[in-house]
Design a protein around this ligand. Structure first.
Ligand code: FE2
Length: 349
């Protein structure tokens, strides 16, 4: 029996209400984090970190593209001046000076407590960094993971389609995130839907300085709100491949495209988000199942189950030979498993 729209809406709520956190990092930790940003850049756009095609990008967001839009849009057309880098992946911290942040006992305790679980381990840690820029108002889900279908071996869009489908709940990896912001400029708040996509959203308001939330963002719609004054948001020349880097001589941040500076920000104009994510295991049995892969999904099983469900729903599609890269098939998936919070994102420019 296929899940209804209402079933999906119920499934897309965090395991517990998000918790607002103050003084998330120490001043010393913040200084070391900024030290890494300054000395290890320049950093690519968020979208360049994750997507090769427009379809893949849209699949992680709220809905299918409108008729006729597809072939005319490139990633450059929808590039935004928002940049990302990783401090660690696969439970491995890239920068020794940030190990106390990555392996933080405080965060691990928060993650366990949020789930009422016995065990947690840090998985990855990243930052988003920007100044005033245009951004879509699309609420989205972060990359959900399943035993066997993970960020290391599967595209984000597939995992999120799986999450939205509600067909793989028993394989879902339990996760929790601590997300923190440092930003004293205008706008740039965080909006989230703790009561499901059709519930009333909440906004994490200013002052956003070392303030954060404890959340389960892979099943809770959320978005970063546009940053900076509207009149400051244009970035002419911005491309999917643009980068941002610190220029110590000027003490500013420069966005470049192919090495040419197209925009500068003063430090106080920039907004930093640090995202720490953990996997959580209810008990030893669940941990063992994850470690020995005795109950893993494969992409074959995933596509079989998705196609069976689409058939049952009466969705027409051509069975793909390469489902991971078949644009028409991906569009059918998006159209089938779209769900979007309220409606305000529909008015995006
Ligand atoms: Fe997110």
């Amino acid at each position: 029996m296929a899940l209804t729209h209402e079933d999906l809406a119920l499934a897309l709520r965090p395991v517990a209400p998000p918790r607002v956190l103050e003084e998330v990092y120490t001043d010393d930790q913040y200084e070391r984090i900024m030290g890494v940003l300054k000395s290890h850049g320049p950093w690519p756009t968020i979208t360049a970190n994750h997507f090769d095609t427009v379809e893949e990008l849209v699949a992680t967001s709220s809905g299918p593209m409108r008729e006729g839009e597809g072939p005319n849009i490139t990633l450059d057309d929808i590039a935004t001046g928002h940049f990302r880098g990783y401090f660690g992946k696969g439970s491995t911290c890239y920068y020794p000076e940030l190990e106390d942040c990555f392996y933080s006992p405080k965060f691990l305790e928060l993650a366990r407590d949020y789930w009422g679980a016995e065990y947690a381990k840090p998985t990855h840690m990243l930052f988003n960094f920007c100044g005033a820029h245009h951004s879509g108002l699309s609420p989205h889900l972060d990359a959900v993971q399943f035993r066997g279908i993970r960020i290391e071996n599967a595209p984000v869009w597939l995992a999120n389609i799986m999450g939205k489908s509600g067909l793989f709940q028993e394989y879902m990896v339990k996760m929790a995130q601590v997300i923190a912001w440092w930003y004293r400029g205008e706008n740039g708040t965080f909006t989230y839907w703790p009561d499901g996509p059709f519930g009333q959203p909440k906004v994490l308001e200013h002052p956003l300085w070392d303030k954060g939330v404890l959340v389960q963002n892979e099943v809770m719609f959320h978005r970063g709100d546009p940053v900076g004054r509207p009149e400051d948001r244009d970035i002419p020349g911005l491309k999917h491949r643009s980068m941002i880097g610190y220029e110590p001589d000027l003490d500013d941040w420069a966005i470049t495209t192919d090495g040419e500076v197209i925009r500068r920000y003063r430090p106080e104009e920039t907004r930093l988000l640090v995202h720490w994510s953990a996997e959580v295991y209810s008990d030893r049995e669940e941990l063992e199942k994850s470690l020995d892969h005795s109950d893993d999904l494969t992409t074959d099983v995933v596509f079989e189950r998705l196609m069976a469900d689409m058939t049952m729903r009466g969705t027409s599609f051509t069975e793909p030979t390469d489902p991971l890269h078949d644009t028409d098939f991906i569009r059918s998936l998006i159209a089938t498993y779209t769900i979007a919070p309220t409606t305000d994102w529909l008015e995006q420019p």
